[in-house]
Each structure stands twice: as structure tokens, then as C-alpha cells.
Design a protein around this ligand. Structure first.
Ligand code: SD4
Length: 330
């Protein structure tokens, strides 16, 4: 969608929300006021995800449109990317750290605030499903490294080599220079954060990544950190992030965005404020990207990023599209 058209739509919806709230509190509605209230009936089911992950949103939509719940939809949706070896930033085929280990981070959160997470997980292709098991089968929220891997085997996950020929070759090339700088967002598919609302109006989210390529061994980003890479509040909405995780952690980005929506901001406005908070701490810095994506209880969505290029995919009965997001630096 054209940027101008998208912005126009966002502000129209935001205006619709305000007037509906005002109208709803007015006892003597006119016919047209009642029609306006009906017009903002929540959009559900709906799924959105960071970047242009067509197959992942198709899968989530398949679950939602068959009457499935939001939690299953986001898990099964992001699993598509975890299994795709051509996606070198998520799951099997993800790029390794500087020591040559492919280490995965993921989390999942449901409508009741239950959540599970795995960090620095090796040899398992579907970290999001291990995170869901942590949520459902243990009294804990985060399992790390060897402990998470052992738990995964106990839960029936099988050991897999997460390297592909391509990522091994790239790593060998990288070793020749061993530049400390990490590479990020070098193509338009990256960490997947997914948010869904099911037919009941319940919200869930998931986020999964191999993190920054050639990161220092042991590094964990924002993606598996509840409140940073993902946050869901079933009364308000949900948010997720992609980009340089360190910056998202420093502002507890996704939690911040959900709280801003609770205070009345639209998803678009909340994402903009989230990025601006980060930029305040990084005055003039241009060498990193962050993209935020949010959805509110009405199924309105919004996104904002540091540099142009971030998009998000949205699928509801209204249609299926890849939305270009406006940015801090044009
Ligand atoms: C991380 N946020 O590990 C992830 C990486 C990412 O776009 O999202 N890249 O910091």
C-alpha cells in the first residue's frame, strides 16, 4: 500500500475510534451515530507479522479462519519461518554466532498473560514450540542454553544440525575478516514477531530469531524477552519488535507500546513514541534499525521504524497486504 494511503487510513481509523468512544458514552444516539459505532466493530480474526512473511501469515490465517485460537495461530505461523532454511535469520538455517554456534531465541505469550521463552537454544529447529512447552509444562518462564536443550529432548523434540551449506560457507568467509560488527536487516526478511486476534477477540503473540549474525557467543537479544521483543495484554493489544535487540531491551519496547495504547494512543502513535524514546537515547546515531509493530483490541494495526525498509504483513477478512511503514529517518 502507498505510504500516503496507509497514513490516511490510520488517521481515519483513529478518528473513528475517538468519535465512537464519545458516541458510545452518549445516551441519545442519532441513527448516523449508531451507524458510526457499528462501523468500528472490531476486526477479528486478524494476524500481523513483522516483515513480508507471506507463508507464515497464510498459515496463521488458515488456523484462525478455521476457528482456531490465536495462540495456535501464532505458533504455527512462525514455525513456517523456523523451518524455512532460506530464511537465514530464524530457526534452521539461521546464521551462527562468532564461535560458529547457531543459537536461537524465541518466546510466546497468550491472552491470560502466560508466557514461555527459550534463549541460547542450540540444535532444535522450533524454539517457539519449546517456549510454548516451557509455558505449559513448567512453573518457569525462561529456560536457557543446555537446560533448554535438555528440556526440549525430554519433550520429544529431535536434535538437528541447524547449519546449512549456505550459512556454513558465509561463516567461513566471515572468519577470514572476523569483523566485530554484526550484520542486521540485510534483506527484507528477518526476525519474525507475530500478533493475532482470534474469532473470540483473544490476543496472542510469538517472536523467534537466530539473533544478530556473528554475535558474541552467549549473547541474547530482545526477541525472547517478554516485554522487550513481545508483549500481549488481552485488554489492550500486543506489540513486537525487530532490529537491534539491545536498544529494544533498554526501553522495554513492546511493553512500553502496549502501555501507551492503554493510555489511549493508537497502535501507530504508540509505535512512533516507542522508536522516539530509543532515538532520544541515541541522539544522531544512524547505524541501527528498529521496527515496531502493534495491534489493539479493535484489530487496528500500526508500525514505525528507524530507517525506511521495514514492512509488516497483515491478513484479515478485509484483505492480505504487505504494509510499508514510515520511519524516523526518511
Ligand atoms: C535480536 N531483535 O536478536 C533480534 C534480531 C532482529 O532484525 O530482530 N533482527 O536483537
Amino acid at each position: 500500500m502507498e505510504r500516503r494511503k496507509f497514513l490516511k487510513n490510520s488517521s481515519l481509523t483513529a478518528a473513528g475510534l475517538v468519535s465512537a468512544t464519545t458516541l458510545a458514552s452518549c445516551k441519545t444516539e442519532t441513527k448516523s451515530e449508531a451507524a458510526a459505532i457499528a462501523a468500528i466493530e472490531p476486526i477479528k480474526p486478524i494476524v500481523v507479522c513483522t516483515w513480508n512473511f507471506l507463508n507464515a501469515t497464510n498459515k496463521a490465517w488458515e488456523v484462525l479462519s478455521a476457528g482456531g485460537n490465536a495462540l495456535d495461530a501464532v505458533e504455527q505461523g512462525v514455525m513456517v519461518e523456523e523451518a524455512d532454511v532460506t530464511n537465514e535469520t530464524v530457526g534452521k538455517g539461521g546464521r551462527p554466532d562468532r564461535d560458529g554456534n547457531v543459537t536461537l531465541d524465541a518466546c510466546i505469550m497468550d491472552k491470560d498473560g502466560n508466557c514461555g521463552s527459550v534463549v541460547y537454544l542450540q540444535n532444535i529447529a522450533h524454539p517457539v514450540s519449546v517456549a510454548r512447552k516451557v509455558m505449559e509444562e513448567t512453573p518457569h518462564i525462561i529456560l536457557a542454553g543446555k537446560g533448554a536443550e535438555k528440556f526440549a529432548y525430554e519433550q520429544g523434540f529431535k536434535k538437528e544440525d541447524l547449519f546449512t551449506e549456505s550459512t556454513r560457507k558465509q561463516y567461513e568467509e566471515w572468519l577470514k575478516t572476523s569483523k566485530y560488527e554484526t550484520t542486521i536487516n540485510i534483506e527484507n526478511h528477518d526476525t519474525i514477531g507475530m500478533l493475532a486476534i482470534d474469532a473470540n477477540g483473544d490476543i496472542a503473540g510469538a517472536c523467534t530469531t537466530s539473533g544478530m549474525a556473528y554475535k558474541v557467543g552467549g549473547r541474547v537479544g530482545d526477541s525472547p524477552i517478554i516485554g522487550a521483543g513481545l508483549f500481549i495484554d488481552n485488554e489492550v493489544g500486543g506489540a513486537t519488535a525487530t532490529g537491534v535487540g539491545e536498544e529494544v531491551i533498554r526501553t522495554v519496547g513492546s511493553f512500553l507500546i502496549v502501555e501507551l495504547m492503554r493510555q489511549g494512543k493508537s497502535p501507530q502513535e504508540a509505535c512512533e513514541e516507542g522508536v522516539k524514546r530509543i532515538m532520544k537515547k541515541n541522539k544522531g546515531r544512524k547505524d541501527f534499525q528498529i521496527g515496531f509493530l502493534a495491534i489493539n483490541k479493535n484489530g487496528e494495526t500500526g508500525g514505525y521504524c528507524v530507517h525506511p525498509g521495514f514492512t509488516y504483513r497483515e491478513y484479515s477478512e478485509k484483505g492480505h497486504e504487505n504494509r510499508e511503514v514510515i520511519s524516523f529517518y526518511e
